[in-house]
Design a protein around this ligand. Sequence first.
Ligand code: FES
Length: 284
Amino acid sequence: MTWVIIGLVVLAVVAALALFRQRDNKLATGSLAGDLTPTEADRARVIKDRSELEGSSFESAALEARATELAPPKPTGAAVYIPPDEQALGESRRQFLNRGIIASFSFGVGVLGIGAIQTLWPSGGGGFGSKIVVGKVDNIVQSIRDAGGFFYVPQGRMWITEYPSNALVKAESDYSFYSQVNQGLEAGVVALFQTCPHLGCRVPECSTSQWFECPCHGSQYNRVGEKKGGPAPRGMDRFPMEVSSDGVLSVDTGTIIQGPAIGVNTTGQEAEGPNCQSAEGEHG
Ligand code: FES
């Protein structure tokens, strides 16, 4: 968004430069300051007073008056031509303005382009759609327990819960995607996409049952995202996990793994208390 605003500002500067240049050209063309037509007073000055002239003097004066009438009009003192400003018309200034406008316009278009690409392109800076380094597994497990069994990571739109070590053998046989998540599961955690695979609502945790229970149509999932009830077509979707040699968990939120099929139940966890939603529209 910031890039788009910067781009609009630059385009506004370009428009202002173009207007400024148009105004300069008008000033540089010059103008006439008054009327060039000789007045009767001008002609009257040629013959000061005919009545005072006689003979050859009168004839000379008449010829002079005739010549004055035929001659092209001379500008009076009020008809002064203001020449154009040579500097304003100078080639170097026009080039400077033209290049400035082109450079500014190109810059503005470039900034807008970068902003558009950044808006449309998946984020590579640690947000949803990228690989997110969540932290040390030991610290994550502690955070899960401190939060009552469910640790939410907003930038990844995911829940992280504990995965019991005694369920690993079953997971290896029942999860078709095991090789994408095994590092996390073997370290003791699972990363689940928050979006319900039924119709896309955000699925919250239920602290009493210790399940996930969707408020939209009542789909229920156990703590590791395996379907327990409701209309959902599968278990909760999830993300590939990697654990580094020093125990740091990374989750690839750019790859969504479809949840386990209905009936997969690797942990055998039953509701540990009252449900938050009733499982209506059960599909099996
Ligand atoms: S969207 Fe969750 S049950 Fe329908």
